[in-house]
Design a protein around this ligand. Structure first.
Ligand code: FMN
Length: 447
């Protein structure tokens, strides 16, 4: 598949994502950025100028008054990406959507439509919904247990791929001489009767130039990793340092190869990272420290600390008493892997609640902070060490992102690790992923 290339995604956080409660005070950011299509267009075009592989839209559907600003008031990802598709021409458009609270036919149709509108640039970040409270917005008393969540996700993605293959690529004859519009033998009914879903099909939509939207996955439990390794083509994850990045990378690629018989190069691992570019390394570290202090006060951090635990209210505990490990039960149907890790770390270190919250604030220090040359060095170091295949870079302060595009990207290009220009029109091409052959065409050709 040619020489290995670094992949870059931009994750726009509008008025401020997790831990960024005052990002919106930046005078360059409109107060309504997270619902302002002009702002998203400007940022997507900037990322496209930097030849980024993709724009990555995270999502959630449950809020409290203490949710980060971007989460309080934000555009629905597929609607947003459809608008971006008309204002960009090359950059991939990846949207997060849950398999827990969407009906497959509808969601698969919407992603298929985005793929056609964007001419083959769509991607779907498959999540099972971390925020347990979302269940209440869909008529359920509680979120599904993990087996159900991941069972649905697995069946959902397999079903999606089958639906996207409803039409073979030459099904529409559109012969003006004979008047034949469709070759009906190339339209396929699915008749899916699974554990969680029953869908007859066919989908009323052809495939795009890239065949299917690219499947991303985010979820870190054993079941989450199996989902990513079996159906994921891109993996959105967190990695605080090279050794933990390498361990995750190795685990996902090994599962993909050994457990699911896949080519590990077709699973692109892209952790979300924070980058700060300064004139010098010291300058950048000062900017980072000032941002962290201002954006994530202890009070805001204490509130947000409850998110993996189903937005459990930690203000009810004595800050200086031992960490309340009993709170873990509230995370069982939420971001449980993360809640368990936080609880374990507190126990291992004998922390109080205050120390655990302070640690999450300190944990926010990024390795990718420095002059443009330092940041480029770090990106290459991680990538060469196979701690990842690329990065989903948080798009926070526009001035900082411009420096990434104008100063860091050219260094990566000079070193030959990142494209000087797009050489594909679709997202699969950017990521080095094959275009899947329609299963019915393949079966026809096979025999
Ligand atoms: C890096 C990462 C990003 C995620 N992004 C989202 C998201 O944007 N929206 C969402 O509802 N859930 C998101 N999730 C939640 C997962 O889909 C999953 O429900 C949650 O992490 C619990 O599963 P796990 O224990 O397998 O990680 C994300 C999880 C991870 C690890």
């Amino acid at each position: 598949m040619g020489t290995r290339q670094m992949h870059l995604g931009a994750v726009p956080y509008g008025t401020g994502g997790p831990g960024s409660h005052t990002l919106w005070l930046d005078p360059e950011i409109p107060g309504d950025a997270s619902v302002n299509i002009d702002w998203f267009v400007e940022m997507a075009q900037l990322a496209e100028r930097g030849k980024f592989d993709l724009v990555f839209i995270v999502d959630s559907q449950f809020i409290t008054p203490f949710s980060p600003p971007h989460y309080l008031n934000r555009l629905e990802p597929l609607t947003l990406l459809s608008a971006l598709a008309t204002q960009t021409s090359r950059i991939g458009l990846v949207g997060t959507a849950t398999t827990s609270f969407n009906s497959p036919f509808n969601l698969v149709r919407r992603f298929g439509s985005l793929d056609l509108i964007s001419k083959g640039r769509a991607g779907w970040n498959v999540v099972t919904t971390g925020d347990a409270g979302t269940a209440g917005n869909y008529g359920l008393d509680e979120h599904y247990d993990y087996d159900t969540r991941y069972g649905r996700a697995q069946e959902y993605v397999e079903l999606a791929r089958a639906l996207w293959d409803s039409y073979e690529d030459d099904a529409f004859v559109r012969d003006r001489e004979t008047g034949q519009f469709l070759d009906a033998s190339k339209q396929h009914v699915l008749d899916h009767e699974g554990t969680y879903f029953a869908v007859r099909g066919p989908l009323n939509l052809v495939r795009s130039a890239q065949g299917h939207p690219v499947i991303f996955q985010a979820g870190d439990s054993d079941q989450g990793r199996d989902l990513g390794a079996s159906v994921g083509e891109g993996i959105f994850t967190h990695a605080p340092d090279i050794p933990s990045g390498q361990a995750f990378y190795d685990d996902i690629k090994t599962r993909a190869r050994d457990k699911f018989g896949r080519n590990p190069d077709h699973v692109v691992v892209m952790p979300g990272i924070k980058v700060v570019v300064g004139d010098t390394d010291e300058d950048a570290r000062e900017i980072e420290a000032a941002n962290n202090d201002r954006d994530h006060t202890f009070g805001a951090a204490l509130r947000e600390f409850g998110r993996p635990f189903g937005w459990h209210d930690f203000t009810q505990y004595d800050l200086d008493a031992p960490f309340p490990a009993e709170a873990l039960v509230h995370g069982e149907r939420s971001f449980y892997t993360q809640a368990k890790a936080v609880t374990q770390r507190a126990a291992d270190n004998g922390w109080t609640l205050r120390q655990a919250v302070e640690a999450t604030r300190a944990f926010r220090k990024s390795e990718f902070v420095g002059s443009a040359a330092t940041v480029a060095d770090k990106l290459v170091e991680w990538w060469e060490a196979r701690a990842c295949d690329g990065f989903n870079i948080g798009l926070d302060h526009p001035a900082n992102f411009r420096r990434i595009v104008d100063e860091v990207v050219p260094i990566l290009q000079e070193r030959g690790v990142f494209r000087a220009d797009y050489d594909s029109t679709h997202l699969r091409g950017h990521l080095g992923l094959p275009v899947p052959v329609n299963r019915h065409t393949a079966a026809r050709q096979a025999g």
